[in-house]
Design a protein around this ligand. Structure first.
Ligand code: COA
Length: 415
C-alpha cells in the first residue's frame, strides 16, 4: 500500500528528542528521512541512558524508526558540498540545533533558497523571537517557560513538570503539521518557506485552558471548580489545581482497592452532571439525590471534596478495573491510572500498533510506541532505527558519488 508522504525527501539534521519525533512521524507517513550525523558519536542520544553497553540506547531507537542514517562532517568543505547536494535533492530540511548553528554550518535560509527555492526549512527552537531567542532549551525548561509547571501540582507544593514530553514530542508534533502544510502550500506557490515551532509556544498551546483561566480569574477573582474554592485563597495568577479537571465537569483521582501497596491503584472519576443520579445510585448514596446542598451542579461545587470523599469510600472497595467496568455500564466518565507496565502489556494497544515490538540487530527485541495517527490509506509499519552511518554509501550513490569517491571521502574522514 502507498503512503501519504511517498516521494517526499527529508534532510534530517535533528537530534535529541523534539526534532527526531517530528521526522519519525513524517517517516511513518512515508517520507524518506535521511538523518545526518557526525561520524563517531552521532546523535548524542545514541549513547545516553544506555541499558546495554555499546548498543544504541532505547532513547535513540524509539525516536528514530524508519529513517536512514548518513555520517557527514558538515564543517569540512567536502562535507559541506555533500550537504548542498542533499539540499538540492530533498524537499524539506528539519533541524533543532541551538540558535545559529545551521547558519554557522553555512546553510543560511538565503543560501538554501539559491540552492533549492522549493525547500521547506523547518526548525524547533526553545523560544521564538524575543529576549530568550538565543537560549538553548531542553524539555523541562520549555514546560516551565510555557506555563505548564506553574499550573501543575498541588497548591501547597512547588511547581511540577509532567512526565508527558509536551515540550519536546509536543513541539515535534506541531512542527510536523507545519511541514505538511508548507508542502501543501508549495503545490500552489512553487516555493518553500520557513517553519518555526518554538517549544515555549508549543507548551503554551497545550496549556491554553490555563490562559483561559488566567483571564477568568482576573475578571472574577475566583474559580469555583478549583480546589481552592471555597475555603482556600486565590492570588493573582492561576494556581496549581491538583487533580481537578481542566474542563467544566469536576473530576478527581480516587483511591481504589489495593492503593496501600500499589501506587497506581487509583481511578480518575468525573462527576458529570447528566449522570449524577446514576453516580448516587451506583455508590449507594440515594440520599444525595434529595440533599438540598447537592441539588444542582453549581450547588455541588463548594462540596466537591466531601462528594469525592463519599465516592472514594465506594471506589476503595473495588479494583480500578472493577470500578471502570461498573461505572461504564452507567456511562459515568472515569479512567484507570495505568502504569507503564500495564500499558506495555495491554493486548489492545499491541493490536492497534500503538505499542509495537521491534527487532534490532544489536539490541534484539524491544517495545516502542507506534504511530498514534491511524490513516486508512497510509498504514504505518514501524522499522528499526538505523545504525550510525548505515546508509552513507547508499545515499551518496543515489546522489551520484562513485565507489572510489566514497572511499576517498571516508579516508579523509569527511563521512
Ligand atoms: N557536522 C558538523 N558539525 C555538526 C554536525 C555535523 N554533521 N551535526 C551537528 N554539528 C555541530 C553543529 O554545527 C553545532 O556546532 P556549533 O555550535 O559549533 O555551530 C553543534 O554540532 C551542535 O550544536 P547544538 O545544537 O548547540 O548542540 P548541544 O548539544 O550543545 O545543544 C540543545 C543541544 C538541544 C540544547 C540545542 O540543540 C537546542 O537548544 N536546540 C533547540 C531546542 C531543542 O530542540 N531542544 C530540545 C532538544 S530535545
Amino acid at each position: 500500500m502507498g503512503k501519504a508522504l511517498d516521494g517526499i525527501k527529508i534532510l534530517d539534521f535533528t537530534h535529541v528528542q523534539s526534532g527526531p519525533t517530528c521526522t519519525q512521524l513524517l517517516a511513518w507517513m512515508g517520507a524518506d528521512v535521511i538523518k545526518v550525523e557526525r561520524a563517531g558519536e552521532g546523535d548524542i542520544t545514541r549513547g545516553q541512558l544506555r541499558d546495554i553497553p555499546g548498543v544504541d540506547s532505547l532513547y535513540f531507537t524509539m525516536l528514530n524508526h524508519n529513517k536512514r542514517s548518513i555520517t557527514v562532517d558538515g564543517k569540512n568543505p567536502k562535507g559541506k558540498a555533500i550537504l548542498e547536494t542533499l539540499v538540492k535533492h530533498c524537499d524539506v530540511l528539519v533541524e533543532n540545533f541551538a540558535p545559529g548553528a545551521l547558519d554557522r554550518m553555512g546553510l543560511t535560509w538565503e543560501h538554501i533558497q539559491t540552492l533549492n527555492p522549493r525547500m521547506v526549512v523547518a526548525s524547533v527552537k526553545g523560544f521564538g523571537p524575543g529576549p530568550y531567542e538565543d537560549c538553548k532549551v531542553y524539555e523541562n525548561v520549555a514546560q516551565c517557560a510555557g506555563g505548564s509547571a506553574s499550573t501543575t501540582g498541588f497548591d501547597d507544593g512547588p511547581p511540577l513538570v509532567t512526565g508527558a514530553q509536551i515540550g519536546d514530542s509536543g513541539t515535534g508534533l506541531h512542527l510536523a503539521l507545519g511541514i505538511v502544510a508548507a508542502l501543501y502550500q508549495r503545490n500552489t506557490t512553487g516555493r518553500g518557506q520557513r517553519v518555526l515551532a518554538a517549544m515555549q509556544d508549543g507548551v503554551l498551546n497545550l496549556c491554553r485552558v490555563k490562559l483561559r483561566d488566567q483571564q477568568r480569574l482576573a475578571r472574577t477573582g475566583v474559580m469555583d471548580e478549583y480546589p481552592q474554592y471555597p475555603n482556600g485563597k486565590f492570588g493573582e495568577a492561576v494556581p496549581r489545581a491538583g487533580n481537578a479537571s481542566g474542563g467544566g465537569q469536576p473530576g478527581w483521582i480516587l483511591k481504589c482497592k489495593g492503593w496501600e501497596t500499589d501506587p497506581n491503584a487509583y481511578i480518575y472519576f468525573i462527576v458529570q452532571a447528566p449522570v449524577w443520579k446514576d453516580i448516587c445510585g451506583v455508590i449507594g448514596r440515594p440520599e444525595w439525590l434529595t440533599d438540598p446542598r447537592y441539588a444542582t451542579p453549581k450547588m455541588r461545587l463548594p462540596h466537591l471534596m466531601e462528594i469525592f470523599g463519599g465516592i472514594e469510600e465506594w471506589t476503595r472497595t473495588k479494583t480500578k478495573f472493577e470500578a471502570m467496568d461498573i461505572l461504564n455500564q452507567h456511562d459515568i466518565p472515569c479512567g484507570p491510572i495505568l502504569s507503564m507496565k500495564e500499558i506495555a502489556e495491554e493486548p489492545s494497544l499491541r493490536k492497534t500498533g500503538t505499542v509495537v515490538e521491534v527487532d534490532h540487530p544489536t539490541r534484539g527485541k524491544y517495545l516502542s510506541v507506534g504511530n498514534p495517527i491511524k490513516m486508512s490509506d497510509s498504514a504505518t509499519e514501524v522499522t528499526r532505527s538505523p545504525l550510525l552511518g548505515e546508509h552513507t554509501d547508499q545515499v551518496l550513490a543515489e546522489l551520484g558519488y562513485g565507489a572510489e569517491q566514497i572511499a576517498a571521502l571516508r579516508a579523509e574522514k569527511v563521512i
